[in-house]
Design a protein around this ligand. Structure first.
Ligand code: MN3
Length: 199
């Protein structure tokens, strides 16, 4: 079965002024659509057509690089749209906050470490908050890799991710990745992150 590109769960301008409507439209309708289309082209007629995207990613080292790049891109952007929201809670709460405190000492320490991961990722990639059992760690990956992949340096379940490819911020922020990452914290949907953490 082919993967399907879902519509954004909110309008293109819903995350203004932090993420601009034009970036959201191009990012979803062009970039994310291309990952979905290219993934479908790469798996068409193969045994991978019968697998979920999670199954494909957890065994990614066995598959062609086009599946790695486009499968990662397809999954990562599905997550990215859902962990952002114009509404939702603005700070982590409950069990998620407890685990965050246990892992990093405080929300503020988490924010600093996550920001550092996003800013020090050289070139294109992602920064992640990753669930490992009941614990949390921060990592970053190049290109469209993610922590579900068997070849990831830090493996686990991604519960929050920020896209630091230039296509995610260049129209509004140009070279100012720090301003974009700082703005991202205003649109994180902690309710969705908590749901992923609960599993
Ligand atoms: Mn992207």
């Amino acid at each position: 079965m082919a993967v399907v590109l879902k519509s954004l769960p909110y309008s293109f301008d819903a995350l203004e002024p932090y993420i601009d409507a034009q970036t959201m439209e191009i990012h979803h309708d062009k970039h994310h659509a291309a990952y979905a289309n290219n993934l479908n082209a790469a798996i068409q007629g193969t045994a991978l057509e019968g697998q979920t995207i999670e199954q494909i990613l957890t065994n990614i080292s066995a598959h062609p690089v086009a599946v790695r790049n486009n499968g990662g891109g397809f999954f990562n952007h599905n997550l990215f749209w859902e962990v952002m929201s114009p509404g939702g809670s603005k700070q982590p709460e409950g069990d998620l906050l407890k685990s965050m405190d246990a892992a990093f000492g405080s929300y503020q320490n988490f924010k600093e470490a996550f920001t550092k991961a996003a800013l020090t990722r050289f070139g294109s990639g992602w920064a992640w908050l990753v669930k490992q059992g009941d614990s949390l760690v921060i990592s970053s990956t190049p290109n469209q890799d993610n922590p579900l992949m068997d070849l990831a340096e830090v493996k686990g379940v991604p519960v929050l991710g920020v896209d630091v490819w230039e296509h995610a911020y260049y129209l509004k922020y140009q070279n100012r990745r720090p301003d974009y990452v700082n703005a991202f914290f205003n649109v994180i949907n902690w309710d969705d992150v908590a749901k992923r953490f609960k599993g």
